[in-house]
Design a protein around this ligand. Structure first.
Ligand SMILES: NC(=O)c1ccc[n+]([C@@H]2O[C@H](COP(=O)([O-])OP(=O)(O)OC[C@H]3O[C@@H](n4cnc5c(N)ncnc54)[C@H](OP(=O)(O)O)[C@@H]3O)[C@@H](O)[C@H]2O)c1
Length: 283
């Protein structure tokens, strides 16, 4: 008797593909969906700007592969587009329901209050433009999850960089004229799971941490949580002089009923540092 397929308390596991599985969000997605049948492909397994390798039928694609070098995209916009537009098109062509990820950098940051899904985009950078075109390449049947300022226990991110600098130096200079929602990848991955499990309507969803701050505030929070005595010198974006322009204000909020609500960004910092074994001992 084949109980496995008829047992109502054990529904069939979904087979899902995670692209960019070596990246910080890709890893968090693999964890959040660990009870499903996950095919995790890192860049070496599938360069998403090329057609996919042979794959079995899929119930869901979580497309976390992307060109995320914001400044590097200014020098090579075509390279960024090949991954962020062509890669999305290739993943969408697999034909399964798909989640693609986009960014607060599709906005110009002049609104001065939180951006919701119906606000018009106007990217300031080649990266932002490539991600906006990628949203278009995902098709009408995709969940397009716009998120912001991601950090996690692996990969290149601001929190890990600050942790390292805070251990080496007595002071760091950090920009204080960009405001956004630093989002912990573990919290985002849980939010994505909520979105797909509830089978919410397809289209654009803003999913970012509660609260908002500047990069300088975030650096101070990291030092405080980690018990590091490093001072933050607040500087302007002009002083830092990066090649790509960033929006001065890119807080994301959702206007859609049923949108996943993520924990506050400070809880994300605390959780990330716990994962890194870097939280301060608190009495
Ligand atoms: N990071 C942020 O602050 C942020 C903010 C808003 C939205 N997002 C979006 O969130 C998603 C996940 O970002 P993330 O922070 O997890 O970035 P990440 O850590 O840089 O991960 C992206 C992954 O994609 C891989 N990749 C790059 N080019 C590829 C290609 N041609 N084919 C296959 N894989 C490729 C990278 O591999 P290599 O490392 O080997 O290049 C990396 O493992 C992206 O869509 C990003 O645009 C990120």
């Amino acid at each position: 008797m084949e109980h496995e397929h008829t047992d109502p308390v054990r529904p069939r596991r979904r087979r899902l593909l995670v692209t960019g599985a070596g990246g910080q969000l890709g890893r968090a997605l693999v964890e959040a969906f660990a009870d499903e049948e996950v095919i995790a492909l890192a860049r070496a397994d599938w360069d998403v700007s090329l057609p996919p390798p042979p794959l079995p039928p899929l119930d869901l694609v979580l497309h976390a592969a992307a060109w995320t070098d914001v400044d590097g995209a200014e020098a090579d916009p075509q390279g960024a587009a090949a991954v962020n537009v062509g890669g999305v098109a290739n993943a969408a062509a697999l034909g399964a329901p798909i989640v693609v990820f986009s960014t607060d950098y599709v906005f110009d940051g002049t609104k001065g209050e939180p951006y919701v899904e119906s606000d018009g985009p106007n990217p300031l950078s080649a990266y932002g433009r490539s991600k906006l075109h990628g949203e278009g390449a995902a098709g009408k049947h995709a969940w397009v999850v716009r998120t912001s300022w991601l950090f996690g226990p692996t990969g290149h991110n601001f929190v890990r960089t600050m942790l390292q600098l805070g251990r080496e130096r007595g002071e760091v200079a950090v920009v204080d004229d960009q405001r956004g929602c630093p989002t912990y990848v573990g919290h985002l991955a849980e939010g994505v799971r909520e979105l797909v499990d509830a089978d919410r309507e397809r289209g654009v969803w803003h999913v970012a941490a509660e609260g908002d701050c500047t990069w300088a505030d975030l650096a101070e929070a990291v030092f405080e949580e980690a018990g590091l005595r490093c001072r933050v010198r607040r500087i302007s974006s002009a002083e830092l002089g990066r090649p790509a322009r960033r929006p001065p204000y890119s807080v994301l909020r959702s206007e859609r009923p049923g949108a996943p609500r993520l924990p506050h960004w400070r809880e994300g910092v605390a959780e990330c540092l716990r994962r890194l074994g870097a939280g301060a001992a608190r009495g």
